[in-house]
Design a protein around this ligand. Structure first.
Ligand SMILES: [Fe+2]
Ligand SMILES: [Fe+2]
Ligand SMILES: [Fe+2]
Length: 522
């Protein structure tokens, strides 16, 4: 089983091993069952270790030093599940809120890391988790227990489990029964960076939180144990299937997106990235030499094309081509492909249009976010092609109702599914956020100031693209009815103009023209 796990890990070099893949392994099942047995004794802890495992992996995902080391990630998942296993052997009196225990009970409570490590020592397959269990109550400044280790002498796994443990204690089973919202919980943890927690781990925790990774927790509701268990398994099955069968995003697109995040590269670098995919490079040259650009002489190399047309224009074409290719692979033969692809192009063109004047965000970034905002729908199509196609075709403008139907059909709505995939593909936070919150932009506040503009842009673009019209009055009506009041308030506060029917009609003409141009080129 373990060697199978290793083989799978090697195979998916571009995609991460998901938590779900890891939890399907035998030692992980043992760990899960053990932790459920212990949590069964302590009502306030139900679901705790499962959530800690998810937080810990989200933190690990943000740390360069761990990156894609599947062994380490596996150990982190297991150690998180088992970190409090020693509580199973404590007397009832030592199981209450640690901050309210008497002296005697507290000293009993403080033995649980050592007892836990002893329990696990008996099981060879779980031996790698011992440092994570034994040291999860150590503090970075050396004031923790059981040893009082300091700084990097505390094993990394334990430093991660400690921070993940804190997120859950503060948000779900908070000390003194006071449960905090994620903003306040994260703030509290940040204040303890360098004291209680490893500052590097705290940084990773903050960036995972900004991407919404602590919000999308399948074990999030402290429900009845059996119900929770059934639910996780049901959802896990579907995720594992999807990860296995979804084509990876083309490497070229990944690199182009990465470069967008990191800033400008030299023309030769970009030409090299594109040239890695010969078919793509040929298609780009065909576009460059088409009537659209009307160049007098023929361009035969990418560096020349880039010099003449500029990197931004080329990048847009690369994105269009790559994403179309990805969608075709997943859904090309399905009847709803055309309407999904048209919607993607329309939303991309609208995003670019709005980016310029309404939200002060980068036009290229807006275009990409608009293009891929419904990637979760493509993934859902992979999951249930026929049924999902019917859903796409009968979709009305009511996004909330649509998401509810998706949840019923696929297990998750397309914003959850899409952002989860974008996150595992390591796309920039702005794109993950735009995908996650394009139907509920008000919720993007958890991800911070930086993503508000792009989320709002894609939200409005999606509403306008769904209207399928160039009629300014109809667009203005759609804007009034379907654009989130939160976005309207944002526009007012930031002194942007609320577009009226005339603005929208003029913009729609440019958008429709742009979409036609792109279609002709592809
Ligand atoms: Fe603990
Ligand atoms: Fe959507
Ligand atoms: Fe959409």
């Amino acid at each position: 089983m373990r060697s199978h796990f290793m083989a799978c890990a090697m195979k998916s070099s571009l995609r991460e091993m998901s938590l779900i893949d890891q939890l399907a392994e035998a030692p992980a099942v043992t760990a899960r069952v053990l932790s459920l047995a212990v949590e069964g004794r302590i009502p306030a802890d139900r679901g705790h270790s499962g959530r800690v495992a998810i937080y810990a992996l989200a933190i690990a995902n943000e740390m360069r030093s761990i990156d894609r080391d599947p062994n380490l990630r596996y150990t982190i998942a297991l150690a998180s599940l088992l970190h409090d296993i020693g509580k199973g052997a404590l007397p009832d009196a030592a199981l209450g809120d640690p901050d309210r225990l008497g002296e005697q009970e507290r000293s009993e409570y403080m033995k649980h890391p050592v007892i836990g490590a002893e329990i696990v020592r008996a099981c060879r397959e779980l031996a790698s988790t011992i440092p994570g269990i034994l040291y999860h109550h150590e503090r970075f400044d050396g004031t923790g227990f059981p040893i009082g280790l300091e700084g990097e002498r505390i094993p990394l796994v334990a430093r991660i489990v400690a921070a993940a443990d804190a997120v859950d204690r503060l948000m779900w089973t908070g000390n003194n029964a006071k449960v905090l919202d994620s903003n306040s919980a994260i703030e509290r943890i940040q204040q303890e960076a360098g004291k209680r927690y490893d500052p590097e781990v705290v940084d990773a925790l903050v960036s995972a939180w900004k991407k919404g990774m602590f919000e999308n927790i399948y074990l999030a509701t402290p429900v009845d144990l059996s119900e929770e268990f059934v639910e996780i398994n049901k959802r896990a099955e579907k995720f594992a299937y999807l990860l296995e069968h979804l084509p990876s995003m083309p490497i070229v697109l990944m690199k182009a997106l990465k470069e967008m995040e990191e800033g400008e590269k030299s023309l030769t670098d970009i030409a090299n990235i594109i040239s890695n995919d010969q078919t793509l490079a040929a298609k780009v040259l065909r576009i460059v030499n088409s009537a659209y650009y009307g160049l007098s002489s023929r361009i035969s190399t990418l560096p020349v094309a880039l010099t003449i047309l500029g990197t931004q224009a080329i990048k847009s074409h690369v994105l269009n081509l790559s994403y179309q290719d990805f969608m075709k692979k997943v859904a090309g033969s399905l009847p709803c492909f055309e309407s999904l692809w048209d919607h993607a192009l329309n939303a991309a063109a609208w995003s670019r249009e709005l980016a310029r004047s309404n939200f002060e965000v980068d036009e290229e970034e807006a275009f990409t976010a608009g293009l891929i905002h419904d990637i979760g729908r493509v993934a859902a199509l992979k999951q249930s092609p026929e049924d999902y196609c019917k859903l796409v075709e009968m979709a009305s403008g009511d996004a909330r109702a649509y998401c509810a139907l998706e949840e019923e059909l696929v297990g998750l709505d397309h914003t959850q599914l899409g952002s989860w995939i974008a996150y595992t593909w390591r796309l920039p936070a702005s794109l993950v956020s735009a995908i996650r919150w394009h139907h509920e932009p008000q919720k993007s506040v958890v991800a911070g100031e930086e993503v508000r503009g792009i989320v709002s842009t894609v939200h409005v673009a999606d509403v306008l693209a769904t209207s399928w019209t160039c009629d300014g009055k109809l667009l203005a009506k759609a804007f009034r009815e379907a654009v989130s009041p939160w976005v309207v308030k944002e526009l007012v506060e930031r002194k942007f103009r609320i577009p009226d029917a005339i603005d929208l009609e003029q913009a729609a003409e440019r958008v429709c023209e742009r979409v036609q141009e792109i279609k002709k080129l592809l």
